[in-house]
Design a protein around this ligand. Structure first.
Ligand SMILES: [Zn+2]
Length: 414
């Protein structure tokens, strides 16, 4: 099969280093993160936000502009004022994108995400077959997706995210029970998958952690250093940051809340027990139940959401029961970790935001810290784009943590 043309049409040949560590990036990283969180900003404000000298801010903004990550905004229109005007700098979203793949149970989602964390193109395919088939399907389709949608923007890397236990360091999906994946070397398998003869770095990450990063940069986590992100779908995963650092532990095993016991849970879990959190709230389990009850025409969770959106009382009751179980997990996380924000990504709350009040009520009853649940527990900032944002977030995280590493990792061949 002939390779599609290279997607790189403009901008320097940069890629995001997959090796930048937590808190790396020095002054340039601090400037870039301040601009995305609080910008557009002038140099004086940037110095205030970062604690850097005005001279250092000027040096870093020039370097970041040289990489195509920042741009100076044109001066405001109108008659010239006295003194030298201070130009604002903002994130340059025109030169680069993050290419991402989210591997879910029903769907594989491809996305292009700009440097402000906005999905600019998305396509999804039905997920079919075992791990080798899924990964081969991604390799087959991804180059065409990139070539069709990059529109002159250069990809900084390939992010691949999924649920379950994901070891970012070794690039392995250690365990994803609903997919039946165990020790799948995804990063190796998708090396070169973007096509076009370029070898983008592959950033594999758990989707709960990728989204926690995105919330810190672009969403509800801005300005916070202690946040918890809880992803509830067919898998249940938590990501925990403390002092701005992601908790991982050996082989990135932290945040596995799938098998916490929830009261009243009767569904059998993949681990063999009954009443685990993940089994109690799984979208597939709920869709099967609704289908068996004759509520929806096929065991498809989207149909259940559609039904609830029409105001169907039975569909709403099923979703509300599920959210009560979710709230139990939320209350436990709040009490153990005491984050300043807990972000919940859950499909019913995305489609029917008023259902979040059910979670708040139940958390208020169950949490011993007795904090204002409505203040602390917030929905995902990314709405229906959440899987696309997750896909790109692993790349964007590397960019914002270590932007100057882009200088040293050049894409080949020349
Ligand atoms: Zn279990």
């Amino acid at each position: 099969m002939p390779l599609p043309p290279s997607p790189r049409l403009s901008g320097p040949p940069l890629v995001a280093s997959p090796v930048a560590g937590e808190g790396e990036g020095g002054g340039a990283g601090a400037v870039l993160r301040a601009v995305v969180r609080y910008g557009p900003l002038g140099r004086t404000a940037l110095a205030g936000r970062t604690g850097l000298s005005p001279a250092a801010v000027s040096r870093h903004t020039a370097a970041l502009a040289g990489l195509g990550l920042l741009r100076e905004l044109p001066p405001p229109a109108g008659p010239p004022r006295a003194g030298r005007p201070q130009l604002l700098v903002d994130i340059d979203t025109t030169r680069h994108v993050a290419l991402g793949v989210h591997i879910g149970v029903p769907w594989v989602t491809f996305a292009l995400v700009d440097l402000r964390g906005r999905v600019v193109a998305e396509r999804r395919h039905v997920r079919q077959g075992d791990a080798p088939e899924v990964l081969a399907g991604i390799r087959r389709r991804l180059p065409g997706f990139l070539a069709a949608h990059a529109r002159g923007r250069s990809p900084l890397g390939l992010g691949v995210v999924t649920g379950g236990w994901v070891d970012a360091e070794s690039g392995t999906v250690v365990e994803h029970a609903p997919l039946g994946w165990r020790d799948v070397p995804v990063r190796r398998a998708l090396s070169g998958a973007a096509g076009g003869g370029v070898r983008l770095p592959v950033h594999l990450e758990g989707h709960a952690r990728a989204l926690a990063r995105a919330e810190l940069l672009f969403g509800a986590g801005r300005g916070h250093s202690e946040i918890v992100h809880l992803f509830v779908g067919n898998v249940v995963d938590a990501a925990i940051t403390a002092g701005g650092t992601m908790l991982r532990g050996p082989r990135s095993g932290a945040g596995d809340v799938a098998h916490l016991p929830v009261p009243g849970g009767v569904a059998r879990c993949s681990c063999g027990r009954h009443g685990c959190f993940q089994a109690a709230v799984s979208e597939r389990v709920l869709a099967r139940q609704a289908h068996a009850d004759g509520l929806i025409a096929a065991p498809d969770f989207t149909l259940l959401l559609d039904r609830a959106e029409t105001g169907d009382a039975t569909a709403l009751r099923l979703l509300r029961e599920r959210l009560r179980a979710v709230a139990h997990g939320v209350a436990l996380l709040l009490d153990v970790i005491n984050p300043s924000v807990l972000v919940l990504t859950e499909a019913a709350v995305i489609r029917l935001p008023e259902l979040l009040a059910d979670v708040h009520r139940e958390v208020a009853v169950r949490s011993h810290l007795a904090r204002d649940a409505a203040q602390v527990v917030v929905p995902t900032s990314f709405g229906r784009d959440v899987l696309g944002v997750a896909a790109g977030a692993a790349v964007l995280d590397a960019v914002y943590r270590g932007p100057m590493a882009l200088r040293t990792v050049r894409r080949g061949p020349r």
